[in-house]
Ligand binder design. Sequence first.
Ligand code: ATP
Length: 310
Amino acid sequence: MTREAFAESVHVRAPGKINVYLGVGGRHDDGYHALATVFQAVSLYEDVIATDAPDFTLSVTGVDDPSTVPVDDRNLAMRAAKMLASATGYEGGVHLELRKSVPVAGGMGGGSADAAAALVACDALWGTGLSPQRLHELAARLGADVPFALHGGTAVGTGRGDQLNPALARGRFDWVLVTSEAGLSTPEIYARLDAHRTEIGALADDPPMSLDVPIPVLQALRAGDPHSLAASMFNDLEVSALLERPALDDIINEGLHAGALSGIVSGSGPTIAFLCETPDSAQYVQGELQKNGRTALHVHGPVPGARIIS
Ligand code: ATP
């Protein structure tokens, strides 16, 4: 098949994620921490439109401050496109248009979603036809959260968070997200956790390098029971995100006061994710938080991973 047989432009949508559970263990020599996490993909999406072009270029819309998102090789989507080209011997380029909805540096894996979407879009645009397994391998090389953005749904991540296994989840979970204008740096939040653990003497001489997700979290997901999930949600990074930004605690209290079942820092923050009992209660919680001047979004999960829209 000649290249001309393929579309000139491919539109892919990939979801942001919440870490319903995030346990952090010891730090490996390469700087990554041992993790046990449960990701859930939620209905807040990144759109990536890949268009045939002689060179590699990228543009971004949907962000308040364009300077927060690099448009060069520091952009994970750009790296994804170039990695796919070099892995497959593709000699042309691509223009990537990123339409962002996931908050930048918000702890929801927006950059990882862009990278997963760019892989899927370029694979279709260039007709490189990689197997799902090869796409997964490239995704894992780009970043620990990228494979999940490719697969979506609900999944357990172990190792550095990149060893994925689907988790059974029944029904739908309703979440209210409160986003913040200024992001938090993921490496700084991990470093702050290590410093905090040293300070309080909680850094074991021999920290666990392999962790498991507690059974009650998996049971709650399998049962589709928001009450049990609310009782078992946990994030080891929450303490360091709150040390870095104490005002996040006020947001958590406001959401609980409005009737959310539980509120948790998403990933490395600063987005706060509130689990609600029903779609109606989520709408109410969203309204109350908005009345307090918060930017609150009602989303649901699980939703599928990166997929072609057109
Ligand atoms: P993480 O996945 O590490 O938890 P996050 O979800 O908190 O990160 P992202 O929005 O993915 O945050 O990006 C974090 C940083 O990465 C940004 O501050 C930005 O400098 C850089 N970055 C690289 N590529 C992208 C991208 N496509 N979109 C947004 N930020 C990007």
